[in-house]
Design a binder for this molecule. Sequence first.
Ligand SMILES: Nc1ncnc2c1ncn2[C@@H]1O[C@H](COP(=O)(O)OP(=O)(O)OP(=O)(O)O)[C@@H](O)[C@H]1O
Ligand SMILES: [Mg+2]
Length: 249
Amino acid sequence: MAHKSQAPGSKTPVQKPEFSVNGLFITFEGTEGSGKSTQIKILAQRLRQAGHEVITLREPGGTPIGEEIRHTLKHSAVNHAMTDVAELLLMNAARAQLVREVIRPALAVGKVVLCDRFYDSTTAYQGYGRQLNLTMVKSVIDVAVEDTRPHLTLLLLVSADVSEERRATRQANLPFIRDRIEEADRPFFDRVANGYRQIAAMEPNRVVELAGSGSTTEVAEAIWEAIRVRLSNAVPGGILNLKAKADHD
Ligand SMILES: Nc1ncnc2c1ncn2[C@@H]1O[C@H](COP(=O)(O)OP(=O)(O)OP(=O)(O)O)[C@@H](O)[C@H]1O
Ligand SMILES: [Mg+2]
């Protein structure tokens, strides 16, 4: 689909190049250890079994440039002095690259794109968590993504205790890799959790809140149910031809 617009002084409609969106864009959000990575794998497998072409991505990252930015943000030995605004801009530099290099082309050919974190993470972590001005944060996100918005966002909710417990378990089983963002204190993560609740309240059509504290299978079933409802809107020849229902429409 291309927008038609009039060139100044011309009566000929001009085709404005644009990626048509036939695919489905689903993002996973939630605090550390809420089960995003676990559930993305399960959902990807299930959608592939149902015949869909699926790509899974993570933020920050998902492109060679984005993975370098991810290293700078999280693991670099010289990232201790990073300012909150630098963090905001680097997150969105990686996102701008991911949107243009991977997400738009994939959606244009009808793929399902599953992304482990997207711009709600910026609102929650850099906005609510770091307490940057929310209007400024939104402006930066708008530059990074333009009209590339998730059709559906699955927000996995776990308590701070469950989050800490799961992170501890995971860390016990893996070699330690320092993550600058995980070095924040508990009030920071409480603000992030509150931020996610605000986001869900503001955009109830897009953001589905799901209890992440059940078993992996229970959470997977709840996710599948949320997806299934939307896939039932499928049309022949374009099984995922969903129109994003913006909450502000
Ligand atoms: N429903 C569940 N019940 C119990 N443990 C779980 C459940 N889901 C995930 N876990 C375990 O909790 C840990 C964190 O899960 P996972 O890595 O999927 O979370 P995440 O949201 O991706 O975390 P992060 O934000 O840190 O990347 C892992 O060790 C995982 O095996
Ligand atoms: Mg993860």
